[in-house]
Design a protein around this ligand. Structure first.
Ligand code: ATP
Ligand code: MG
Length: 313
C-alpha cells in the first residue's frame, strides 16, 4: 500500500527531527515502486536540493526516474502575485487612487500572510497535477506550527474571500441599480468579483482535497519533548479534520551500536519507544535508524527508503 493509500503525503514535525530526510526517502521509494512522484519543499530554509545533491528551482524538475522535485519560494511567489494584482487594479480603480493602492500592495508584498497565501496558491496548483502528471506528491514541510497554519489556510482563506465577495456583490448590485435608474446599460461583468468567485471555488476544493486525499505523517525522535509536541500536533490536526497517517520515529539507535555510552542511550530510547507505542495507539509507526553520518546523496537515501519499505503495512 506504499505506507498510505492517500496520494498526498505531508511530513510534519519539530525542527531538525528529519522531515526533509524522510520526505526525500519516501519520494525515492514511491518512484522506485513505479509511481510518478513529485517531492515538494515548502520549507523557507531549503535543503531538499542539498539532500538530493541537485540544484532545484521553483518549477518541478526531474531528479530521477519518475521523480520530480520543486522548492517553493514563498517571498518570490508573493512578489509575482502582487505584481499581477497591481496590473489588475489598474483598470478598476480611478487614476487618482491608483498610486495609493499600489503603495499599499507593495507594503503587503512582504507581509507573512501574503507570503503564506502565495505559498498556498502554489501548493494548490501542484496538487492539481495529481492525479495526472503525478500519481503521488510528497510534501516536506517547515516545523509543526508552520505546517498547521498552512493546512488551516483553506478554511481561513475561504472565509476571508467569501467576505470580500459578498461585499463586492453588494456594491455590484448597487451599481446595477443606479445604472438602471439612470437608464444606462448594465455595467456588465465585474472582473474583481469574478476573480473572487474563482478563488472561493479554488480554496473550497483545496480544502476538500486536503481532507479527502492527504495524509500527514508526523516525524519525531525518541525523546521527551518531541513526543509531547507530536501528541499536541496530532490532536490539533485531528480536530482540524486532517488525517494523521502515522508516526515516523527517526534516529533509532541500531542494536549493534556498541560502547557503554551508546548502550545507555539505547536503553533510554527503548523507554521512549515504548512510550510512543502507548501514546499513539492504533497509529502506524515506522522506525528509521540513526545513520553513521548525515544523510545526503542517492545511496544513503536509498538506505532510508529501504527502511520505509520494510515497514510497509
Ligand atoms: N536517521 C538519521 N541518521 C543520521 N542523520 C540524520 C538522520 N535523519 C536526519 N539526519 C540528519 O539530521 C539533520 C536534520 O535532518 P533534516 O534536515 O531532515 O531535518 P528537518 O526536520 O527537515 O529539519 P528542519 O526542521 O530544519 O527542516 C540533517 O543533517 C540530516 O542529514
Ligand atoms: Mg527540513
Amino acid at each position: 500500500m506504499l505506507l498510505t493509500p492517500r496520494p498526498l503525503v505531508f511530513l510534519g514535525g519539530k525542527g531538525g527531527v528529519g522531515k526533509t530526510t524522510v520526505a526525500a526517502a519516501w519520494a525515492t521509494l514511491l518512484a522506485a515502486r513505479g509511481q510518478a512522484t513529485l517531492l515538494v519543499s515548502t520549507d523557507p530554509a531549503h535543503s531538499v536540493g542539498d539532500i538530493l545533491g541537485t540544484e532545484l528551482s521553483g518549477e518541478p524538475t526531474s531528479v530521477g526516474d519518475r521523480l520530480d522535485a520543486v522548492e517553493i519560494d514563498g517571498p518570490a511567489d508573493a512578489a509575482a502575485h502582487v505584481e499581477r494584482l497591481k496590473a489588475d487594479v489598474a483598470g478598476t480603480v480611478s487614476p487618482e487612487t491608483l498610486p495609493a493602492v499600489r503603495r499599499h500592495l507593495d507594503l503587503a508584498k512582504d507581509a507573512p500572510g501574503t507570503i503564506e497565501s502565495a505559498l498556498f496558491d502554489r501548493l494548490v496548483t501542484l496538487m492539481d497535477g495529481c492525479p495526472g502528471r503525478w500519481d503521488r506528491i510528497v510534501f516536506d514541510t517547515a516545523p509543526t506550527g508552520h505546517t498547521l497554519r498552512l493546512l488551516a489556510m483553506p478554511a481561513m482563506l475561504t472565509t476571508w474571500v467569501e467576505g470580500l465577495a459578498r461585499q463586492r456583490e453588494r456594491v455590484a448590485g448597487m451599481d446595477r441599480m443606479l445604472a438602471g435608474l439612470a437608464g444606462a446599460d448594465s455595467p456588465g461583468d465585474d472582473p474583481i468579483l469574478r476573480r473572487l468567485q474563482a478563488r472561493r471555488t479554488r480554496y473550497r476544493s483545496a480544502r476538500r482535497r486536503l481532507l479527502d486525499d492527504a495524509a500527514l505523517w508526523l516525524v519525531l525522535v525518541p525523546e521527551r519533548l518531541p513526543i509531547e509536541e507530536t501528541a499536541r500536533a496530532e490532536r490539533a490536526l485531528t480536530r482540524a479534520g486532517m488525517t494523521v497517517g502515522g508516526v515516523v520515529v527517526n534516529r533509532v539507535l541500531p542494536a549493534d551500536a556498541d560502547g557503554d555510552f551508546l548502550a545507555a542511550r539505547r536503553e533510554q530510547q527503548a523507554g521512549y519507544l515504548d512510550e510512543i507505542a502507548r501514546r499513539f495507539p492504533g497509529r502506524p509507526r515506522v522506525r528509521v535508524a540513526q545513520q553513521r553520518r548525515d544523510v545526503a546523496g542517492p545511496d544513503q537515501l536509498a538506505r532510508i527508503a529501504d527502511e520505509l519499505a520494510a515497514a510497509e503495512l
